[in-house]
Design a protein around this ligand. Structure first.
Ligand code: URA
Length: 234
């Protein structure tokens, strides 16, 4: 084994221990619960030797679904490649399709405020979407589009290995959690995706039309700050 391979082993051990800690394992716990958690560990998700750049290169000028015919730019996602917190939205809109960047339109401005409200900076988190190309007229993503595109987000999640995912809106929450439950029921509670803590909340675009729900999102963000150990006051 050469030194590079040895470093890769250390890296994998460190990631494994980190993942176990996130899954609630404290020390070398061989109890029933820990064993069950480990059995449910999706190694395909957490094993990540590939970089975000490699995933982007593999995506290329994607034509895997018909959205390629109408999109102007693929919106891959952006932010800190080692972010503790990943925000996942639905799909690019008009502004995002034009610029190739996620959440830069009106909903994005609100997301920026949400990020600032939890005492983080946009470049400290990572922002992505369930699908990477704009659906015509901003219609809902179709199941086959999600089916085709979601594997790339899963690989991004594995590469970033965040501790927390904030799933914004119905499509993000339902896709990540594999449920058809309404977002009104899912939001504000913690779930798990491949050992990563997931908090669903309302989508910022929904808040633009339903400002009375901002209070609910703020409650969710306070829970997130608490879980992340971010001081509410500071
Ligand atoms: N809405 C989303 O879900 N994602 C974006 O990138 C922009 C708006």
């Amino acid at each position: 084994m050469n030194s590079r391979e040895l470093l890769a082993v250390f890296d994998e051990v460190a990631r494994t221990l980190k993942m176990q800690r996130r899954m609630g394992v404290r020390g070398f716990d061989c109890g029933q619960k820990a064993v069950e958690r480990l059995a449910g560990w999706d190694r395909g998700l957490v094993q990540h030797s590939e970089s975000l750049d490699a995933i982007r290169a593999d995506l290329g000028q994607c034509t895997r679904c018909p959205l390629a015919e109408t999109r102007h730019n693929i919106v891959f996602g952006e932010g800190n490649p080692q972010a503790r917190l990943l925000f996942v939205g639905e799909a690019p809109g008009f502004e995002e399709d034009k610029s190739g960047r996620p959440f830069v339109g009106a909903a994005g401005q609100l997301l920026d405020k949400i990020i600032a409200a939890i005492h983080l900076k946009r470049n400290e988190v990572y922002i992505g979407n369930i699908i990477k190309c704009r659906p015509p007229r901003n219609r809902d993503p179709q199941p086959d589009e999600i089916h085709t595109c979601f594997p790339f987000l899963k690989r991004q999640i594995a590469a970033i290995s965040p501790e927390f995912i904030c799933a914004m809106g119905r499509h993000a929450a339902q896709t990540l959690l594999g449920t058809t439950a309404p977002i009104s029921r899912l939001r504000g509670r913690f779930y798990e995706f491949g050992g990563i803590t997931v908090l669903p909340t309302y989508h910022p675009a929904y808040l633009l039309h339903n400002p009375d729900q901002k209070r609910a999102v703020w409650e969710d963000m306070k829970r997130l700050m608490e879980a992340m150990g971010i001081d509410h006051a500071g």
